[in-house]
Design a protein around this ligand. Structure first.
Ligand SMILES: C[S@@+](CC[C@H](N)C(=O)[O-])C[C@H]1O[C@@H](n2cnc3c(N)ncnc32)[C@H](O)[C@@H]1O
Length: 378
């Protein structure tokens, strides 16, 4: 069994733990900004392909003492690095966390890199080159107190970068956060879905990918980007191809309810269309150029979800209060029978909505503490 740690956005640990369990992870334990679990190689590949919420799946290979840089160096040298890379593989080391003696991540990473390549040099007379952009093996070292956790990054670049989004809008949600928000609404393609301020389309696209059971990692597989584990010495191409083929067979061909994204900005809407094209879901989403003031529900009932401007990155708080009040009025008057969810990073503004919340879920959008607010409209 392989010991893993999935890094996730703050606040999404429990939801990510559920997702990982559904994908076959064992011994799942949510922690701070991550989830520990165990799995075999097949499930490591499967989780990288299918998990919508984590950023990276780290494979833990050792815990070593790290009271100071010398003990860290010796601890790293006690690992048999031939098991993970040969001098022909390129290498990068990333360090996180700190203690009193090791309080510069860059220095810590350098010390770890030196310990690895010195071992190679002693054993083989040659060593791995460093490639910080596209390393064959990415080593992660996390320092906590006197203990360093040494891991290999099986994902490569962060899994939230699905590879379908060439166009980014002005304040796009991370794909992993959008996927989590959709999961929190429990929408499963059975009722209409509307994002009336869809920006670059992240929410309707992630919702449609879920409804069509499209594995988010398929886009990465089809580009040259790949996953971290694909350049490891033990990479099993046959196993990976089987998992990819199975995923392709499990895709559904149709969403049977309207999925609609609207925005009042034509340029951003065209980005949303481009992104939907890249993610092969454009046939299933209707994008409309509509101001929220003119919005009409596309069905008698459904899920409305949106991430309106809340003054941090777009607009200004003071100008937005009347807009939030208008949002509440429109939801109340036109969306009877719907359930609405609003992600907001500004409590004063959300009060202006003037509707009773059925649920408030604390969530982080990057470093911004937000609330995901649920409104039952009847
Ligand atoms: C924070 S962004 C949404 C980002 C989006 N979730 C994404 O991932 O790209 C807010 C969006 O609301 C749109 N917007 C602001 N006021 C609007 C209005 N009155 N009617 C429609 N769209 C509006 C903006 O054009 C912007 O694209």
């Amino acid at each position: 069994m392989i010991n893993c740690f999935a890094t996730v956005a703050r606040g999404l640990e429990e939801l990510a733990a559920q997702e990982l369990e559904q994908l076959g992870a064992e011994g799942v334990e949510p922690g701070f900004c991550g989830v520990g679990f165990r799995c075999d190689r097949k499930h490591l590949y499967t989780i990288n392909l299918w998990a919508r919420l984590p950023f990276r799946i780290l494979v833990t290979i050792a815990h070593v003492p790290c009271r100071n840089s010398d003990t860290l160096y010796r601890g790293i040298q006690s690992i048999d690095w031939d098991a993970y890379l040969s001098p022909g593989h390129t290498l990068a080391v990333k360090a996180t966390g700190k203690n009193q003696q090791l309080n510069h991540s860059h220095f810590t990473a350098l010390q770890v890199k030196n310990a690895i390549v010195d071992q190679q040099q002693d054993r083989h007379g040659e060593r791995s080159d460093v490639d910080t952009d596209f390393p064959d093996v990415q080593v992660n070292v996390h320092i906590k107190d006197q203990n360093a956790t040494v891991s290999l990054d099986s994902s490569g670049s962060s899994l939230h970068r699905r590879g379908y989004r060439p166009a980014m809008g002005t304040a796009p949600l991370k794909e992993s956060l959008a996927a989590a928000l959709v999961q929190l609404t429990e929408w499963s393609g059975d009722v209409a879905f509307l994002d009336p301020m869809c920006g670059s389309g992240t929410l309707p696209i992630e919702a449609t990918l879920q409804a069509l059971n499209i594995a988010p990692g398929l886009f990465r597989d089809e580009t040259s980007q790949g996953f971290g584990f694909q350049t490891w010495p033990d990479y099993d191409e046959n196993l990976w191809q089987k998992i990819v083929q199975k995923a392709k067979h499990r895709q559904k061909s149709k969403v049977t309810v309207p999925v609609v994204g609207c925005d009042r900005d034509l340029d951003i809407l065209s980005e949303a269309r481009t992104n939907a094209d890249y993610s092969s879901v454009s046939d299933h989403i209707e994008f409309n150029y509509t101001d929220f003031a003119d919005i009409e529900p596309p069905a008698d009932s459904g899920i409305l979800i949106c991430n309106p401007p809340y003054g941090e990155r777009l607009g200004h708080t003071e100008n937005l209060a009347p807009f939030y009040k208008q949002m509440g009025d429109i939801l109340k008057q036109r969306f009877k029978g719907w359930t609405a969810y609003i992600l907001s990073g500004n409590k004063a503004l959300t009060k202006c909505i003037g509707l009773r919340t059925a649920r408030k879920i604390p969530i982080y959008n990057g470093s911004i503490p937000c609330q995901f607010l649920k409104y039952e409209l009847y």
